[in-house]
Design a protein around this ligand. Structure first.
Ligand code: BEZ
Length: 160
C-alpha cells in the first residue's frame, strides 16, 4: 500500500554525489526536524523531467523556501553520478538536492514505484511530490503516468 498523508516516512537510505564523493543520506537525517519538499521523477534527463518538472522547482525554489521549507529534494531511480550530472546540467546549485534511489528501495518502501520494463527502464519511481514535516507526510501529489500536473512546483507552492 502506498504511503499516505499522516504517515511517517519509512527508514531508508538514498545516495548523493558531492565533491567529497558518494555519500549515503538516511531518511532520518533528511527529514527529522525539518520541513522538506521531495519530488520524484521517472528518470533523470527524460524530456518532461528536464523541460518542465525540475526547472519548475529551480525557478520557484526561493518562493518555496520562503514558505518555511528547509530542503527541496529531487529523487529518481538513477545512480548518484547521473543525478549529480543532471543537477549540473540544470544549474540547480544548492537550490535543489539531487538524490539517487538507485535500486528503487525507497520508492518501493513508499509504494510509489512503477514498472517501466516495457519502456526498457526497469522499475522506477512514479512522478510525485510530497511535503514532509518532521518526517510526517502532510501533502502527497501523485501524477498519472505520462503526466506532469499535480506534482509541479507551482502546485506545491499553492499547498504550502
Ligand atoms: C512518465 O512521465 O511517466 C515517464 C517519463 C519518462 C519515461 C517513462 C515515463
Amino acid at each position: 500500500m502506498a504511503i499516505n498523508i499522516g504517515d511517517k516516512i519509512p527508514d531508508s537510505s538514498l545516495r548523493q554525489k558531492t565533491s567529497d564523493g558518494i555519500n549515503p543520506v538516511t531518511t532520518n537525517e533528511l527529514f527529522s526536524g525539518k520541513k522538506v519538499v521531495l519530488f520524484a521523477v521517472p528518470g533523470a534527463f527524460t524530456p518532461g523531467c528536464s523541460v518542465k518538472h525540475l526547472p519548475g522547482y529551480v525557478k520557484h525554489s526561493e518562493s518555496i523556501k520562503d514558505k518555511g521549507v528547509d530542503v527541496i529534494v529531487c529523487m529518481a531511480v538513477n545512480d548518484p553520478h547521473v543525478m549529480e550530472a543532471w543537477g549540473r546540467d540544470q544549474n540547480v546549485g544548492d537550490k535543489v538536492m539531487m538524490l539517487a534511489d538507485g535500486s528503487a528501495e525507497f520508492s518501493k518502501e513508499l509504494g510509489l514505484d512503477q514498472d517501466l520494463n516495457k519502456a526498457g527502464m526497469g522499475v522506477r519511481s512514479k512522478r510525485f511530490a510530497m511535503i514532509v514535516d518532521d518526517s510526517t507526510v502532510t501533502e502527497l501529489l501523485v501524477d498519472e503516468p505520462g503526466q506532469i500536473n499535480l506534482s509541479t512546483a507551482e502546485n506545491i507552492l499553492e499547498k504550502l
